[in-house]
Design a protein around this ligand. Structure first.
Ligand SMILES: N[C@@H](CCC(=O)N[C@@H](CS)C(=O)NCC(=O)O)C(=O)O
Length: 229
C-alpha cells in the first residue's frame, strides 16, 4: 500500500530532504511531477501552499508543504525525532538552517543571478560560517570520527537534512568537497556515513544515474556553475 506521494521537480535540491527520509524509513512512495499540482492546483488543496515540494499522505488524505514541515512530520511518523526538548528543537533548527542555506546559495531562490564579488564573499565567508555551525553542533552532541550523529547517539531527521544539504552540494559541485573537508571534517564524514546507509545508497545511485550532477536547475544553477567554474 502506498504511504506517500511526493510532488517535486526532476532535481535533488529541496526534494531530497524528503526523499532521503522516505527511503531511510522504508516508506512506500511515488514521486510525481510538481506540475501535477503547481501552480494551478496549489490553492485548491485542503492546506494550500505556495510551492513544491508537496507531500501527500495517503492514510490521512492530507497534503503538506514547506520542506521543514514535511520533514518534521515524517520524523514524527517514523520516529526520527530526538526525544529531549533541546535536541527536538535543535532538529527543527537544523532543518531551518539547511533551508536558509538553500535560499542563500541560490541567491534568494534565484531572484538575482550571482555576481563574482558577492559569490566570493558568500563562498569564502558566509558558507564556511554555516559549515562551522554544523561542525560545532555535531561536536557539542558527541559526533566523533566514524560514530555518533549530529544531535546525539541516534540518527534523526537532523542527519537526514544535513546529508541532503551537504552531501547533495558536494556531489553536484565536487569543488565544495575540500571546503567541507577543511571546515567541517566531521560533517563531511557524517554525510558519507548517512549516504552509505543501504536504502539511501541504492536510491542515490539510481538518482545520480538519472539526474547526473544536476542541483537546483534553471538560470540560477547556470549562474552558480559559472561562478564555481
Ligand atoms: N520555503 C519553501 C520554498 C519552496 C520553494 O521555493 N520551492 C521551489 C522549488 S525548491 C519552487 O518551485 N518555487 C516556485 C515558487 O516559489 O513559485 C520550502 O521550504 O518548501
Amino acid at each position: 500500500m502506498l504511504d506517500y506521494k511526493l510532488y517535486y521537480w526532476d532535481l535533488p535540491f529541496r526534494g531530497n530532504f524528503i526523499q532521503l527520509m522516505l527511503e531511510e524509513a522504508g516508506a512506500q512512495y511515488e514521486r510525481h511531477e510538481a506540475t501535477e499540482i503547481y501552480p494551478d492546483r496549489s490553492l485548491k488543496l485542503h492546506n494550500p501552499s505556495m510551492a513544491p515540494p508537496y507531500l501527500y499522505e495517503c492514510k490521512s488524505k492530507t497534503y503538506y508543504a514547506q520542506m521543514p514541515a514535511c520533514l518534521m512530520h515524517l520524523g514524527r511518523e517514523y520516529d526520527y525525532l530526538p526525544k529531549r526538548a533541546e535536541t527536538h528543537t535543535l532538529a527543527l533548527k537544523t532543518i531551518l538552517d539547511c533551508n536558509d542555506i538553500l535560499v542563500e546559495i541560490t541567491n534568494w531562490n534565484g531572484q538575482v543571478m550571482w555576481q563574482k564579488n558577492d559569490w566570493e564573499s558568500f563562498r569564502h565567508s558566509r558558507l564556511p560560517q554555516w559549515m562551522q555551525i554544523f561542525e560545532k553542533t555535531g561536536l557539542d552532541h558527541g559526533l566523533k570520527g566514524g560514530e555518533g550523529y549530529l544531535l546525539g547517539s541516534q540518527i534523526s531527521v537532523a542527519d537526514i537534512a544535513t546529508t541532503a544539504l551537504f552531501g547533495t552540494l558536494v556531489y553536484s559541485f565536487p569543488e565544495f568537497e575540500d571546503d567541507l573537508q577543511q571546515t567541517a571534517p566531521h560533517i563531511a564524514e557524517l554525510c558519507q556515513r548517512i549516504e552509505a546507509r543501504p536504502a539511501i545508497k541504492s536510491f542515490l545511485i539510481k538518482q545520480r544515474e538519472e539526474y547526473g550532477r544536476g542541483y537546483c536547475g534553471g538560470q540560477i544553477e547556470r549562474s552558480l556553475r559559472k561562478m564555481i567554474g
